[in-house]
Design a protein. Structure first.
Length: 272
């Protein structure tokens, strides 16, 4: 069974890229797909018109989380049970959406499930992680990969051996299946995050009350452009969102972060 609804936010997106992912969702049997176009492009509107299940929503550039929220409000009010949030830069087997939905059906304590994400060359992206500290983000962004390698690997939960599901307090928002009941109870994306950190914030809030689960039996290829490493404007947006995130939740003292991260690491029975 495919999820009833999905949402995509576009901004100057390649029409061919959008057409590809909409085709995958159509073949998967998703009943309603919301495309929120933050650039209000005639080309994107035209592509959406090729698919009967797609609802095109033009918008000014409100940001990633706020764009998805426009779709989520409509989706949740329609009574769906599951809603898929995804990017256009992904490729997946349409049949695998049913596996994710089935997992939520069989595991009522799970509020969100995300697949294993890999790059085009098959390299893992480690998209289920601990909640970040300011130090974690600084290390990842500004220091060579070999510096504090152990800490980076711990933050990215690289000790996972790929043979089972596990709960992580931070799941990438590029491809996540959400239980609608969890969103109705605990909220949708925080629109103070224009771009970046909105997925950390959402999965953290859900993790308070539900399991937020990474599953290895579904693999999704994700281009993961890492724009903040190539664009000063994107880096600035990332920094602004990081400041807002740590101001909201705590900078170097965050007891909930410590508790959630310790519980995640306990699944692997390693020394914290």
């Amino acid at each position: 069974m495919a999820p009833e609804a999905a949402s995509i936010v576009t901004y100057r997106t390649s029409p061919a890229e959008l057409r590809h992912v909409l085709g995958l969702l159509s073949r998967a049997g998703v009943n309603h797909v919301y495309v929120v176009d933050n650039a209000s492009s005639a080309e994107i509107r035209s592509v959406c018109g090729e698919f009967r299940e797609v609802e095109y929503i033009p918008s000014r550039n409100v940001g990633y989380g706020a764009g998805h929220n426009m779709a989520l409000r409509r989706s949740l009010s329609s009574g769906v049970r599951y809603h898929l949030v995804l990017n256009t830069d992904v490729d997946f087997n349409p049949a695998d959406l049913g596996l994710l939905t089935d997992y939520l059906e069989r595991n009522p304590a799970a509020g969100c499930v995300a697949p294993r994400l890999v790059c085009a060359d098959g390299a893992p992206q480690y998209a289920a992680r601990l909640l970040p500290t300011p130090t974690d983000l600084l290390i990842r962004r500004f220091l060579p990969s070999e510096i504090m390698k152990t800490r980076r690997h711990r933050y990215e939960l690289r000790m996972f051996d790929g043979t089972g599901t596990y709960s992580a307090p931070f799941l990438f928002g590029s491809f996540m299946l959400l239980r609608a009941e969890a969103l109705r109870r605990h909220g949708i994306f925080d629109e103070r995050f224009f771009l970046y950190m909105e997925d950390v914030d959402l999965t953290r809030r859900l993790h308070r009350h539900w399991r937020t689960v990474s599953v290895p039996f579904v693999t999704v290829r994700h281009e993961h452009r890492a724009e903040s490493y190539r664009s000063l404007r994107m880096l600035a947006l990332h920094c602004v969102s990081a400041v807002r995130y740590f101001t909201k939740w705590g900078w170097f003292r965050d007891d909930e972060r410590s508790r959630f991260n310790d519980a995640a690491l306990d699944q692997f029975r390693i020394i914290k």
